[in-house]
Design a protein around this ligand. Structure first.
Ligand SMILES: [Zn+2]
Ligand SMILES: [Zn+2]
Length: 433
């Protein structure tokens, strides 16, 4: 092989071992989200670019540097960099707001950002997230944050930290931004290049700069919530924290957590993991009480979060916990036995028994080695002799026990072994072997 194509820079293949775990995460997240009353919404991966410009803010880095744009005639289409804007667009377009009820969604799917590839940052990645639209209750914030925690715990991830802060309402944000510009304006030459660029666009980003000298200046400001929050926002945040304490969610208050997107208001949170290095967030979320109105709806409070699934894969130590059925490996030796094995294999699978074979292997020794490699729990051997006697040789790989079973009794015997509670497929083969 002299030349092979490679995946586009910043993208990656999710190979079977990892894909199995990714789907395990997805299934668990679905299960738990539905337990909390969230229902799936599937929106397109392409949206009009203006939707993102309007929702994320035209001065944000995502809009400025990271959008994949497709121009077709007069249409300017973007590959979605995140899902919230599309979910709210769908909510409004389909009148899901008409009954004024709290609407709760979850989603799972690929997102795209044309950024400089680095560890934990891909150009195509997956988000799993939830959005709850139609309530400003701080108890909904508690539900959302606890849901995020429960999902992480149930997919076997530990060692994460929930950092939480509040940005206040739009009025608070405006006043605070002005105040920050006044305070920091005089010191701007002491900040890093990124911060100097962000000063006009989004002065809040200076608060969470990772650069150590920027950090020191910010720490010196000794920012307190009471400096910039109105009474209602203070009360909202206190109720959120009390609710989290009440159900035992561990969190850390972080006065410098701001998030990069313009639409956030009031509660914001980020879940970090120490194994991730500089880009240490596995997920993040917060309130966006003005986004629905911004996108043309009535004023409607909302909150959500998203996990970066590839980041979850990086920090997960529980890949081996994906439940898998025990494998029955069928070895057929000789032309007649091979022909007969087709029906036996089909019947095993129809009865919900995970079964496989090796079409090319002609020696018993080679086939047994392969069964071992695949981690087969049981092996069935069908040779010409067995075929004549209408039996198969059954071997338990763990105990080494080996015996003959009548062909017509194979399924019943394997079912009796309770191979991980085999559940027959809905469509069954007519007539058992
Ligand atoms: Zn406020
Ligand atoms: Zn900086």
């Amino acid at each position: 092989m002299s030349f092979v194509f490679r995946a586009v820079r910043g993208t990656k293949d999710i190979l079977p071992d990892e894909a199995e775990y990714l789907r395990h995460i997805e299934v668990k997240a679905r299960e738990i989200s539905s337990l909390y009353g969230y229902r799936e919404v599937i929106t397109p991966v392409i949206e009009n670019r203006d939707l993102f410009v309007r929702s994320l803010g035209k001065d944000t880095e995502v809009i400025g540097k990271q959008m994949f744009i497709i121009e077709r005639g007069d249409d300017i289409i973007a590959l979605r960099p995140e899902a919230t804007a599309g979910v709210i667009r769908a909510y409004l377009e389909n009148n899901l707001n008409s009954r004024n009820l709290l609407a709760k969604f979850y989603y799972f799917g690929p997102m795209f950002r044309a950024e400089r590839p680095q560890k934990g940052r891909l150009r195509q990645f997956h988000h799993l997230g939830v959005e709850a639209v139609g309530s400003s209750s701080p108890l909904l914030d508690v539900e959302i944050i606890s849901l995020a925690e429960v999902i992480l715990k149930n997919i076997g991830i530990s060692g994460f930290k929930i950092k939480i802060n509040t940005l206040g309402c739009v009025e608070d944000k405006k006043a605070f931004a002005e105040k920050l510009r006044v305070i920091l304006g005089g010191k701007i030459s002491d900040f890093c290049q990124d911060c100097r660029e962000r000063f006009d666009r989004n002065v809040f980003r200076l608060l969470d700069c990772k650069n150590s000298s920027c950090k020191n200046i910010i720490l010196g400001l000794n920012i307190k919530r009471t400096d910039y929050l109105c009474g209602e926002c203070l009360e909202h945040f206190d109720t959120v924290l009390a609710g989290l304490k009440n159900i035992g969610v561990n969190y850390e208050e972080s006065a410098h957590l701001v998030r990069g997107l313009d639409y956030y208001t009031r509660t914001v949170f980020e879940i970090t993991h120490s194994e991730l290095g500089a880009q240490d967030a596995v997920g993040a979320g917060g309130r966006y009480d003005n986004l629905v109105e911004e996108l043309g709806g009535e004023p409607t409070a909302a909150i959500g979060f998203a996990f970066g699934v590839e980041r979850l894969l990086l920090v997960s130590s529980a890949k081996c916990q994906v439940p898998s059925k025990d494998l029955v490996f069928l070895i057929a030796l000789g032309k007649g036995a091979e022909a007969a094995s087709v029906k036996l294999l089909y019947s095993l699978r129809q009865n919900g028994i995970k079964a496989d074979t090796l079409y090319e292997e002609k020696s018993l020794k080679g086939a047994m080695r392969r069964a071992n490699d695949l981690g087969a729990k049981y092996v069935l051997i069908l040779g010409e002799n067995e075929l004549k006697k209408n039996v198969v040789v059954f071997k338990d790989m763990a105990s080494g026990e080996q015996r003959e079973i009548k062909t017509e009794e194979v399924i019943a015997e394997l079912m009796a072994l309770a191979i991980l509670k085999a559940k027959p497929l809905p469509y069954r083969l007519k007539g058992q072997i």
